[in-house]
Ligand binder design. Structure first.
Ligand code: 13P
Length: 285
């Protein structure tokens, strides 16, 4: 069953936990995320992200996700992750429950102007909008973090002038998992942004972040985490384990990948504190 993301995140904020937002890549990963939500009794964002769109097409990815979600009682938000301009409008037409418009690469004033327009259209259809401010490097990139972190004054102005429902910020996270010790999260920066911004904050790139930093980020005001790499690795490890014992049907390997991904997702839901909060009457064994 699909639900309104804003209500879910508001509930998370009131009760001091965060919701996981994870990417689907095929039917097995979509099932894994849905089944994990059932097993953990947790709400979840099922994200159509940047890798799947060129691979499968936005409509096919959406329709496949919707089919899996419609068979479940879990509270699920079908969300477009990092949507460019044209794609967010297509996602609104298709019926996504929530969208992220990514104008973070644009000059600040243009990011405000385009995000405001997306919010106007999405809100007419009752669809919440997430946007991003600040820059997030890929794992392994050497960057000057001060130029990457979200600026506090800009965050305040951006949210006031665009009307976004969720703000994704840069505070030390990277996309992917660093081979060397990762940059610690800038918890103080999260607190400063939270103090001037009325909407819940989002952290992307939550794979590989130590558990104590995830908990500190929740206390500082983060109520949605996007994680993909850790779960993708769990799926891959399950497939590799099956194949290492000799040739097997693709389905046997994918079933093991799916089951490992369910376990890894339930672990994230426990860490974020959203497990046990959905009040499902039927919890998957
Ligand atoms: P990771 O793959 O680093 O967890 O990031 C995923 C993400 O942020 C998707 O928006």
């Amino acid at each position: 069953m699909t639900v309104n993301g804003t209500d879910l995140v508001r509930r998370a904020r009131e009760s001091g936990y965060a919701i996981g937002a994870f990417n689907m890549h095929n039917v097995e990963t979509t099932q894994a995320l849905t089944w994990a939500a059932e097993k953990a009794d947790a709400p979840v964002y099922l994200q159509v992200g940047r890798a799947i769109v060129p691979h499968m097409g936005l409509r096919a990815a959406y329709e496949m996700t919707r089919r899996v979600v419609d068979e479940s009682d879990a509270e699920i938000v079908i969300h477009l992750d990092h949507g460019p301009w044209d794609e967010v409008f297509e996602a609104i037409r298709l019926g996504f429950d929530s969208i992220m418009y990514d104008g973070a690469h644009l000059p600040f004033e243009e990011n405000i102007r385009t995000t405001r327009r997306v919010v106007e259209v999405a809100h007419e259809f009752g669809i919440p909008v997430e946007a991003e401010l600040g820059k997030i490097p890929d794992a392994g990139e050497e960057v000057d973090w001060d130029t990457y972190y979200t600026d506090v004054a800009e965050a305040e102005r951006f949210v006031a002038e665009t009307g976004v429902d969720l703000l994704a910020i840069s505070a030390g996270i990277v996309h992917g998992v660093s081979a060397s010790a990762p940059q610690p999260l800038a918890i103080e920066r999260i607190e400063q942004i939270q103090a001037v911004v009325p909407v819940p904050l989002v952290l992307h790139g939550a794979s590989g972040v130590p558990d104590d930093e995830i908990r500190a980020a929740i206390r500082a005001g983060v109520h949605k985490f996007n994680a993909d790499t850790d779960l993708r690795h769990a799926f891959r490890d399950g497939m590799l384990d099956v194949w290492s014992s000799g040739d097997q049907q693709l389905e046997t390997a994918m079933a093991e990948g799916r089951s490992r991904m369910v376990e890894a997702t339930v672990e994230k839901m426990n860490l974020y504190g959203c497990a046990g909060t959905a009040g499902l009457s039927t919890v998957r064994a």
